[in-house]
Each structure stands twice: as C-alpha cells, then as structure tokens.
Design a protein around this ligand. Structure first.
Ligand code: SF4
Length: 354
C-alpha cells in the first residue's frame, strides 16, 4: 500500500484495526470524548506545541475560569495571558481571545459548524479546523498534526520531504482515504494516539501497532527514515543582560509590544549584546533610569524554537522610582502580571527581594 493504492478491503481492515485499538487503548485525557466545540477548541490550541501531560492542569483551570466562549470573550486580554503563563507561545492565547470575541458576536454565540467558517477565526489552521469539525460536528475531515504525518507516511510508505507540496498532498489524500466516515473524530484521535504511544519518532513499537500487518514502512524496513522532515533551522544564540531595577520596595517592568515574540507580556528590561556594567548603565540611562549601583545577578538560559537567550542578570538600585518606558511595581503587583516564562528565574529573584 502506498499513497496512491491500497484496496478498499485493505483500507477497511486497517481502519477497523485502528479504531479497535483506539477503543481499547485511548489515553484517558480530560478532553477525550468531548463534543463541545468550545472545549475541543481550547484543548486543541493548548496542545499545539505542548505535551498532553503539561496541558491537562492548564486545560482544567482554564475551563473552570472560562466555562464558555462568552466568559472568555468578556475577560481582559491581560488576565487571559496571565492564565496562559507557563504554556508559552503566547500568540495562541491572544488569538484564542480574539476568536472568542468574534464567536461571541455570532447569533447564539455559536461556533462556525464547517471547516471554512472555522478557518476564518484567528489561530485556527487546517489541523485545528479539521479536529473541531470532526470531533464536534462529526464531519469527515482529517486533522493532520505531526503525529498523523508520521503514522500516515509510514503506513502508506510516503517518501519525499514533508515540506514539499506533493508530499503534503499525498499525506492528505492518504488521510482522506483512510478516515472512518462514521466516526471521524474518534478516528483522528486514534491516529494521533498511535503517533503518541506506538509509532514513535525513534524506535516505533511496531509489535504493539494495530497497523503493523499493513504498514509499508515496516515491510520495507524504512520506518526510521519516514517521515522525511525538512532540516531544522539552526537556533540563533543571543546574549542578553537582564536588569532587575529596584527602587525601595518596587521593581521596574515594561510591557512588550502587542505584536511579535511574547507580545503583550511584561518583562524586566533586557538588552541584546550588553555584556559589561558600563554598557548596561548606558542602556538604562537611555530608558530614563539612573542607576546608583549595579551588581551581577544570576544567569539563565531560555530556548525558543529558533533562538536561545543566554541571560546574565544584574541587580540595579535606581536613583528614582520613575521611568518613562516602564512601571515600578510591588511584589503582589509583579505576581499578578503575565510574564514570559523566559524570565521566570528573574521573577523568582525579584519576588524574594520584595
Ligand atoms: S507498524 Fe510501526 S512504523 Fe508502521 S505505523 Fe505501526 S508503529 Fe508505525
């Protein structure tokens, strides 16, 4: 069987084996069997870039705070970002909030019930639209995430870089042909579950796989060569000086612009390429802060998808508690602000000091 062939009988047998496996082995996750589009949407957005085990407590807390789309739409963005803190990739939270406001304005505050309408909402791409359409509305739509790409390319022996349109098309066609039209939501979850539990990137557990007797990659012994993923862009290393600027019982923070990396979050001022106290003094003077003293503080490292921040902290005593480009806050105020996980170490330091 490859991307273009496979008899109907063979496809039916494979489909049945996968669903049977799912019914017995599906992970007991809080969003499993969920039929409400709002809840499915929240779980799917959280699961982008984040492991299920990490998502579970966030998902439960988020839904208790925002039980429906109106509650989310009515919340201030800053509070939503605060509740997202620790999950990272904050553009997901901002899009979630924007989309909630759009849905809340629709008649009855209902979600669009087809892929086209779902795709019109911010933060919803082909995968998430397929997941909501199949799980909430039972529509025969594939939901192709990284796990599905791996499982499908191996089952069907699909070669070629997954960045190429032809490979994407072959994977999509395979997903559409294999999809169970009676239970599309369960079937999508079954393929994702296989990717998470048996068809692992390295050392797939083929002996436990419901698709083993149909698997092209297993038959050809090319399992670990598929999928052919494009080379990762190497990560850029950036040195940054992070300033914990105190005045009395308060510390200086500033808000990042809405657009771009960590948009809308609060942070301690930090400066690219600054390595010496004299350079830091200059940088602080430029932002309207006059340092009285500067001491070295802890170092920290944060890895983003395309970049690594190597951070050196500095503890700065300021001559005044005013800055035109930031705000001096107390310990409780600092605790309440949504801040980037990248600076968690420095927030802990500041909380100890305040
Ligand atoms: S048989 Fe092995 S390689 Fe093929 S789908 Fe199953 S786990 Fe993946």
């Amino acid at each position: 069987m490859d991307g273009n062939c496979g008899t109907q009988r063979e496809l039916a047998a494979l489909r049945g084996a996968i669903l049977g496996w799912h019914d017995e082995n599906a992970r007991d996750l809080p969003w499993r069997g969920e039929g409400d589009p709002y809840r499915i949407w929240v779980s799917e957005i959280m699961l982008q870039q984040t492991r299920a085990e990490t998502v579970i407590p966030y998902y439960l807390r988020f839904l208790s705070r925002y039980p429906d789309v109106q509650a989310l739409a009515a919340a201030p963005l800053e509070q939503v970002l605060k509740d997202w803190e620790g999950l990272g990739y904050y553009s997901r939270a901002r899009n979630l909030h924007r989309a909630a406001r759009m849905v809340a304005e629709r008649p009855g505050a209902t979600f669009p019930a087809d892929v086209k309408g779902l795709l019109a909402l911010p933060g919803i791409g082909a995968y998430t639209a397929g997941a909501i359409a199949s799980m909430a509305y039972g529509l025969p739509e594939p939901a192709i995430d990284g796990n599905q790409v791996r499982v499908l390319s191996r089952l069907f022996g699909i070669r070629g870089s997954t960045a190429l349109p032809a490979t994407k098309k072959a994977i999509r066609e395979a997903a559409q042909r294999l999809l169970d039209r009676e239970r599309p939501g369960d079937f999508n979850q079954a393929l994702m579950g296989m990717g998470a539990l048996v068809c692992l990137p390295r050392k797939p557990r083929c002996e436990n796989c419901p698709g083993a007797i149909h698997c092209r990659a297993l038959a050809l012994d090319i399992r670990e060569h598929l999928p052919e993923l494009p080379e990762r862009v190497s990560q850029r290393l950036e040195s940054r000086a992070v300033a914990l600027v105190y005045h009395g019982e308060r510390v200086l923070v500033r808000q990042r612009p809405e657009e771009g990396l960590l948009g809308g979050l609060w942070e301690f001022p930090h400066f690219l390429g600054v390595r010496r106290k004299a350079e830091l003094r200059e940088a602080l003077l430029e932002m309207g802060v006059t340092p009285r003293s500067i001491q070295k503080g802890p170092t920290a490292r944060h890895v983003f998808t395309h970049m690594i921040w190597e951070m050196r902290g500095y503890v700065v005593m300021a001559a005044s508690g005013e800055s035109p480009s930031g705000r001096f806050v107390t310990g409780p105020e600092l605790e309440a602000l949504p801040m980037a996980t990248a600076q968690r170490v420095y927030r802990e330091e500041a909380m100890k000091a305040l």
